[in-house]
Design a protein around this ligand. Sequence first.
Ligand code: XMP
Length: 517
Amino acid sequence: TVLVVDFGAQYAQLIARRVREARVYSEIVPSTMPVAEILAKKPKAIILSGGPSSVYEEGAPKLDRALFEAGVPVFGMCYGFQLMAQSLGGTVDNNGAREYGGTPLHVSRPGSTLFQGTPEEQSVWMSHGDACSAAPEGFTVTASTDAVPVAAFECDERRLYGVQYHPEVMHSTHGQQVLEHFLYRGAGLEPTWTTHNVVEEQVAAIREQVGDKRVICGLSGGVDSAVAAALVQKAVGDQLTCVFVDHGLLRKGEGEQVEKDFVAATGVQLKVVDAQERFLAALAGKTDPEEKRKIIGREFIRVFEQAAAEVVAEAGAHGESVEFLVQGTLYPDVVESGGGTGTANIKSHHNVGGLPEDLQFRLVEPLRKLFKDEVRKVGEELGLPAEIVWRQPFPGPGLGIRIIGEVTRDRLDLLRDADAIAREELTAAGLDREIWQCPVVLLADVRSVGVQGDGRTYGHPVVLRPVSSEDAMTADWSRLPYDVLARISTRITNEVRDVNRVVLDVTSKPPGTIEWE
Ligand code: XMP
């Protein structure tokens, strides 16, 4: 394992992903973790991330020198680089030599461990106020910029390396290569962390954890629960029962994808609960977004609990016990639940499959170490259908929060048809993986006058909400080609009864959220 010490900016997760792209397993630890504890994890290498502080600030995160004395290879980036310089006896000045954004880097030792085979002039991404003016003793300065005399230093003898810039961001043109040089050449690591090995490792771990007990898993139609279930199925086969609660709020074809395609690809035993009527009844007359969300979450848990009780009873009748529940927890959830305080409650997000704590099961979480893009690779490795593996984000409460107004069966059918057309045309235009997602929203309580054939119409508008995003925390509206928008609009107004207008949402997030409710 390579440990990335997080000094509090957004960069640690990105660094961890880049290390994994180099096929070396990495994890993130907070900078508040004592060095003894970090070393007790027996890391093969340590990376110090960037961070928002200045080493001169009161209360800025510090680092115990002992980290550099343990013989573990270390790579410092940005703030991590300055900490390294300072604690090893170099000089860091607060003299206004600030640099932000793309900056030319001059490599003075082109054959060095970090820079071998990369150009002598390369562009790097900088973001710093302080600057290192003298490297610690025993270190060779290997690169500089116009403003900063020491932009990289290396000490092969102690296997300690550092760069002032951010090699992990795309704008550093040879950043990934430099990072790989640290991992392979500096730290002597092998690129062995492959999707294939991840699957093998997880399958073995699941077998070990579960033994001969039975396992239950809720499927939502999304990629995480599908990949988690497929891994468990591969590990313990028919000890697994999957439960799919059909709440009637999925998009066209998604229920069939789970019931037919997923089952065909994996051979899982599937229990389908048709709860459409129940959800519609519970939602009748409700228009407040938070209330709708709460109802959907509550009903989901009730229906799932009942289905789980049935699975337990059936197993019991055969003298078997169901002891485990699969959850599709991802690595970012694990890292984030370690920190992150007091953010305002904008929406009560819930995941279908987000279950109460007091269920009588122990958890199996085979995706706990993985980032989303890695989950998709595992899904492909396991042969899951592309529609599931590459499914764009879709909210747990589903179409229930894309009908502005009361949710009824008619309105759901209408929205499903409009949404299917938008998705078909986006796919046909090859835009699926370009945009983050494109909610289609039905303004069910709004009507406008139109004309179709010779007649007057008085129908509802639908809103297209195509967005681009990295992580859904912020988003921009996607500049879709006009001809694609035109095809979607023409087809929806022609093919979907009662919809006579298509409008485009051109709001970024913030101030708009991605979903309308
Ligand atoms: P917002 O609307 O908050 O959405 O900008 C951010 C992202 O989260 C998705 N979303 C949800 N996902 N349960 C989920 O699992 C929810 O209740 C939920 N609400 C929104 C949304 O589609 C977008 O990707």
